[in-house]
Design a protein around this ligand. Structure first.
Ligand code: FMN
Length: 137
């Protein structure tokens, strides 16, 4: 059974650019080993993450993420079994990356969720839109 979870949270410390890049790279690598797909964005001290994969693995990872002291105020905005398709890889962005633009970001995340069912895609897009809208890119 495939499962998808989406949450937002707030970082507890001031990561510098290099620290956040290193963490994102480390998690991307780990997720590719467990075949977990998703989106992880870090913007101005906030995380947005979508995780999708085999239900037991996704839940186990999510529980460990929830306990992680590097962030707080973890708010789950979606959690459901997904019947078909999957996210297309693991998109990880630090929104401070130079040259990064909103159209690029939107194109990228739309691409990455296109395998999910239409209702889930829509939910994720709406949440992401409001996440991104709170800052000027
Ligand atoms: C915002 C946030 C997102 C995270 N995302 C992932 C992730 O996608 N994959 C992952 O393996 N660990 C992620 N982690 C780290 C986990 O909370 C945890 O430290 C890690 O899974 C423990 O791995 P280990 O048991 O191999 O030491 C994240 C942590 C935070 C704070």
């Amino acid at each position: 059974m495939q499962h998808a979870i989406c949450y937002i949270s707030t970082a507890t410390s001031q990561f510098n650019n290099q620290e956040i890049e290193n963490l994102l790279a480390e998690w991307r690598e780990k997720n590719s080993n467990t075949d977990i797909k998703g989106i992880l964005l870090f913007s101005e001290g906030h995380f947005f993450q979508v995780l999708e994969g085999e239900k037991e693995k996704v839940l186990a990872l999510y529980y460990s993420i929830m306990e992680d002291p590097r962030h707080t105020n973890v708010i789950q905005v979606m959690g459901k079994d997904v019947s078909r398709g999957s996210l297309d890889g693991y998109v990880v962005e630090h929104l401070k990356t130079p040259g990064f633009s909103r159209p690029n970001l939107i194109r990228k995340y739309c691409e990455s969720v296109k395998g999910m069912d239409p209702q889930t895609q829509q939910q994720i897009r709406e949440i992401l839109d409001s996440f991104i809208d709170t800052r000027s890119l």
